[in-house]
Structures are given as structure tokens and as C-alpha cells.
Design a protein around this ligand. Structure first.
Ligand code: FES
Length: 130
């Protein structure tokens, strides 16, 4: 039996969607969940009552941002403490260089919740912020 269009199978679905199999209700706000997608590993954050998805590894030296600390809508990389906004992915540690390839913002992905409550990551970018 084919899955309904609004409940894509894990492993990819129509229109650049991927069901992570992670239940939104299970994401601890203090511990983002990494999920492998066709577009790379994405970190799923529970923030202000919604799920947000950003690339999971730090643009600096690929530190695991999903293992970083979260406070006031900002994730701090566990390796060298660069800080990124979880609204739009921009760096907020202004004492560091603001130019160059390492200064780019984190890529944000769109998300929606499937009918069974799992997080579906969208290939297209997410909203710029709440
Ligand atoms: S790898 Fe994230 S700050 Fe260096």
C-alpha cells in the first residue's frame, strides 16, 4: 500500500521531503536530535514550541552543533564556542571574524509534522525566523 502524500516514507518522499522518523514530542529542548537526510545531517531543535532544523555540523571545523549548549535561542559549538542564532542561523559571537567562508550562517531547513507526529524535513529553506 502506498503511503499518503502527506506522510512520506522514511528515506524520502515527494517534492524534496524526508521523514526523519523522529517524533517531535520526543525532542528535548536541551538536546537536539541529529537526523541523517538526503541533504546531509540535520539537527532538530525544539524551541519555543516548534521544531527547527539546521545543518548539524559547525561551518568552522565541523564540530557537532547538536552536542552544543543552548540558551536564549542560541547554540554554542562544543569545540571552539562559536555561537549561532537558532532563528536564522547567523553567527552572534561578534568578537570573531565576520567575513570569509567560516562566517556563513547555518543552513536552515523547512520542517513540518507528519500525521503520525514525526518530523519531516524539507529540502527548501525554512523560514527566516518566527
Ligand atoms: S568547530 Fe565549531 S567553533 Fe570550531
Amino acid at each position: 500500500m502506498d503511503a499518503p502524500i502527506d506522510d512520506p516514507p522514511r528515506g524520502g518522499g515527494p517534492d524534496g521531503e524526508f521523514d526523519t522518523g523522529v517524533f517531535a514530542a520526543d525532542i528535548d529542548p536541551a538536546h537536539p536530535v541529529p537526523a541523517d537526510t538526503p541533504w546531509g545531517t540535520v539537527a532538530l531543535y525544539a524551541l519555543e514550541g516548534e521544531v527547527r532544523a539546521f545543518e548539524a555540523f559547525c561551518p568552522h571545523m565541523l564540530g557537532p552543533l547538536f552536542a552544543g549548549s543552548i540558551a536564549d535561542g542560541v547554540v554554542t559549538c562544543p569545540w571552539h564556542a562559536w555561537r549561532y542564532s537558532l532563528d536564522d542561523g547567523t553567527r552572534v559571537d561578534d568578537e570573531r571574524p565576520a567575513e570569509g567562508p567560516e562566517a556563513r550562517p547555518l543552513k536552515r531547513f523547512g520542517v513540518r509534522t507528519s500525521p503520525r507526529g514525526t518530523v519531516v524535513v524539507l529540502e527548501r529553506p525554512g523560514d527566516a525566523g518566527p
